[in-house]
Ligand binder design. Structure first.
Ligand code: ZN
Ligand code: ZN
Length: 268
């Protein structure tokens, strides 16, 4: 019998971001039931001023630390890491720098959800794909992704091809977008995630595409496998599929993080 070694799930949200349900203790108990070896929270980070309606406020950071600590107290056998999912915005560097000093983070996840003032992955803003043009949106997205990876602020780059969320894809071989992004991760020493949430979005595919993953594996980019859970029952969702995808694309190890220090464990 093959015993499946489950990945750590490092991309978990909390209700502080205003669009998730269940507290960290509930996510931790679900992880224990699934046999996950480790988890980490990476809720949507605060911004310096009121910015949008799907993230914690700056003054809620202490509450965030408290609810993660509460899960640690209730589930002492489960390592629970503390992270943040931080939006990459041009000109936002000094804020991210300051945020990185606010807590003993285990890791920071970098995300591109905005192209300028356009929150392109928000279902309420999809009409702007037709104004913008799909090719333009992809060009801009991957430019920002590489910029974020190279910034040096992040340990893991989130859902690498999120721009496909609503099935908008330019024609032709998409490797022209993937290659510079993988090169940026390689140059900056940044890990990526396989994010299973894409399976449950209109695109109905894991992020990123196998073409991206094969390039990343060949380049030796460190990998994590995450659910992006916004509810306790989503913890570890579709991890068997993600493990098979990772192995099939050539990955042999998974990355773990503690105090922003990375170690590797075998994927088998
Ligand atoms: Zn979210
Ligand atoms: Zn997320």
């Amino acid at each position: 019998m093959i015993r499946l070694i489950m990945p750590a799930d490092y991309h978990l949200h909390t209700p502080l971001c205003r669009h998730a349900t269940g507290w960290p203790v509930d996510y931790a108990q679900r992880a224990l039931a699934l046999g996950l070896p480790e988890i980490g929270f990476s809720d949507h980070s605060p911004m310096p001023a009121l910015f949008d309606d799907w993230r914690m406020l700056d003054e809620e950071l202490p509450r965030y630390f408290a609810v993660v600590d509460e899960a640690r107290a209730v589930c002492p056998g489960l390592p629970i890491r503390l992270g943040l999912e931080v939006d990459w915005l041009e000109g936002g560097q000094s804020w991210i720098e300051a945020l990185s000093q606010r807590a003993p983070w285990d890791y920071l996840i970098g995300s591109v959800h905005y192209l300028g003032d356009w929150n392109f992955d928000n279902p309420a803003e999809t009409a702007r794909f037709s104004n913008y043009g799909i090719g333009e949106a992809w060009d801009r997205y991957w430019h920002l992704f590489a910029q974020a990876a190279r910034s040096g602020f992040f340990d893991i780059m989130a859902h690498p091809d999120l721009v496909k969320k609503f099935k908008h894809r330019p024609p032709g071989d998409l490797a022209r977008y993937y290659e510079p992004a993988v090169q940026a991760c390689l140059d900056a020493g940044v890990a990526i995630e396989i994010n299973t949430a894409g399976l449950f979005k209109p695109v109905a595919e894991i992020y990123p595409a196998p073409g991206f993953l094969r390039l990343a594996a060949a380049a030796g980019i460190p990998l994590t496998i995450n659910s992006d859970a916004h509810a306790p029952e989503e913890v570890g969702r579709a991890f068997p599929e993600a493990l098979a995808l990772a192995a099939g694309c050539g990955f042999t190890q998974l990355a773990r993080f503690q105090q922003r220090y990375r170690t590797l464990v075998p994927l088998d």
